[in-house]
Ligand binder design. Sequence first.
Ligand code: BES
Ligand code: ZN
Length: 846
Amino acid sequence: MKDASPQTIYLEDYTPFGWRIAEVHLTFRLAPHATRVLSRIRFDPAPDAPEQDFFLHGEDLTLIRAAIDGAEITPALSPQGLRCAVPDGSFTFETEVEIAPAANTALEGLYMSNGMYCTQCEAEGFRKITYYPDRPDVMATFTVRIEGTEPVKLSNGNPGGSGNGYAEWHDPWPKPAYLFALVAGDLVNHPGSFTTMSGKEVALNIWVRPGDENKCAWGMESLIASMRWDEKVYGREYDLDVFNIVAVDDFNMGAMENKGLNVFNSSCVLASPETSTDANFERIEAIIAHEYFHNWTGNRITCRDWFQLCLKEGLTVYRDSQFTSDMRSPEVKRIGDVIDLRARQFPEDQGPLSHPVRPESFQEINNFYTATVYEKGAEVIGMLKRLVGDDAYAKALDLYFDRHDGQACTIEDWLAVFQDSTGRDLTQFKRWYSQPGTPHLSVTEDWQDGTFTLTFAQHTPGQPDAQPQVLPIAVGLLGPNGDEVAPTRVLEMTETRQSFAFDGLGARPVPSILRGFSAPVVLERATSASEKSFLLAHDTDAFNRWEANRDLARACLEAMVTEGTEPDDAWLGALEQVVRDDTLDPAFRALMLALPTQAEMAQHLHANGVTPDPDALYAASESLGNAMAARWSGWLGDLRAACTVDAPYDPGAGQSGKRALGGALLALLTRLDGGAAAQAQFDAADNMTLQLGALGCLVHAGTEHAALARFAEQWRGDRLVMDKWFALQVAATAPENAATRAEALTRHPDFDWKNPNRFRAVFGSLAMNHAGFHARDGRGYRLLADWLIRLDEKNPQTTARMCSVFQTWRRYDNARQALMKAELERLAAKPGLSHDVTEMVTRLLG
Ligand code: BES
Ligand code: ZN
């Protein structure tokens, strides 16, 4: 509600709700502008709850009627909800409200997308559907009746009766309101089935708009793989007769784990080789798994309050990353996750939006679905597993599911399970949930009489009150000839400063520290370039091999920017060895070949006390890319040819790794041939990975005109492919054109800015074009702020999420800082600005 003043909610203020709900009965009479929602709820006093007024959340509802035990009442209404006197004992509460799904552009609550009704209730959307205690610790079984002429009408749980104009659903598992879902429309299904470990048949369906049926097979395959994996690895069986997935075009997030009825942004479920890239296929596999895994970590065991969000999200991200590691390559997955953590979570934790994995206060919970809660939250689970070991982790999880099934839990409950099952005191480890900031870990070495000693020190910049964290530091040692002389050992650091000795060594070893990125810290270590090259050549740990290369790449770019040096010959020689080593996974070689992004370099320079100049970073990246291409011109073409896949398209790790390496090589070749090879690949491409990869090269080379037109002609009717068309032009174009191009695209007839995917295609890509967004004259900032102001009136949630692209504003020079600050202030001053965006802008400026 725009007119109510924003309120700050505190973790320490938690109080349980005064009543329990045995059963909820809902009836929906669907109509685009006047849907009626009838609810009948049985309330029983909660024995241990403190005295309180009876209050139900409700926003933007027109109350038609309310009754207690059949007698009409007139409750007191406010923009936040309803208050009334209630009997001392149990009672039945009934309301009828009217809502207007067709007018709902915020995409929260019940809304319409292309004529189809759908809901998004997490975190606090259910209160826009009916009056209810909309908090995750109130769990109830739901019986739902949907009345409407739509051919398909779905809700949570198992199907009940249905007939002309109605369908009924019953969900036997008590759930919080945020897991409620309803979908109704003209949909077609792609069916499948799964037999659970105890022999139960489950009907699986992916529901899509007519025309999208041929894009469901991969989603179904991924769902079945996820169900099987959760049984095998976590012993978790599915618990309903049906599992429905629906694809929706207008959706703020990626997907949502509603019980038995997952709702997906169509970009996160629909796939075909012609229209989706390898990266799309991998993401769809992961996100289907993620939402499915929530059935146990989130739904059967949910959160007591929204401060505990990482309880379900951190754990479920951790589980989906384990799944992807098992389906594909664990090394490649780990490197990708760390790239993502550094790109999204580190800036958050080191800037004005920094908050603990478990925040202690918020105004708008939607603003806390962050990389810190998700990705750092998953890192914390990974550390816990590393500390207790695989078997103890498995036992602890069994106990967690056993002890807390059907409950709404806290991080304290989660840690108690580990304490009780392992006997380990986790008091200090718990700091990971409460201390914000990224710890920095420095290390010095000592060598004496066959004993090698590593001394570590930890501190968290910007957090003067930070106490030492428990850090699992995985270390291995290499001998002078490159052989491993001490296998990986996990050192458990608990103090500010701590030494660990390795004895019985014949010669001074080279340490490989923080293998697999065993803790989410910044490792500060003054090592020579030759030692890094040594690790790049010999480390048995793939992550640290990649990390050594990344360090060298960053150092090279830094020297080019700050000292105007030429690219580092020795490093390029060592990198060449790896890229040309056919015994290595092509996906890994592609990762080695990718340069640090300019945003990553800006972060790196800032950390080293250098103010990043986006134009200089762009120029250095370009000249390094050109130098690589020129230096390797003799073999780029042959190696690329060796990456050709001569088999029907398969999105698995094998083929996609080859295409990733081939794509990286094509980008280099384009620097030599002006786009000839890319044009040929574009013309011949029979899958989107090759087509879009080639188009990206052409845009970068500035020779995209004809290909871009052909692409649009070919894919005019496909929204998801056209999102790529919008995104690529802005992301891959030269920085001086980025804002102009984004601006021109906003005038394109297909720029449907109220669709979050399309808005993000243009403006997310603008923010990702580092030097383009940070154009010296502030055009990039201004354009984005203009559109954020506009979008906020329709969709505060998506607007607020996009505000975070400004989170690094203090890293840059004074002139750019002033320009960004002015845009943030302009946003803040907008009359009627949503609470979501107000909170974000206040934190960014604060
Ligand atoms: N529960 C979330 C979806 C959600 C997020 C609802 C924010 C309401 C507000 C879902 O499980 C989720 O985390 N989705 C992610 C993708 C996932 C693979 C990390 C998303 O939508 O981005
Ligand atoms: Zn999730």
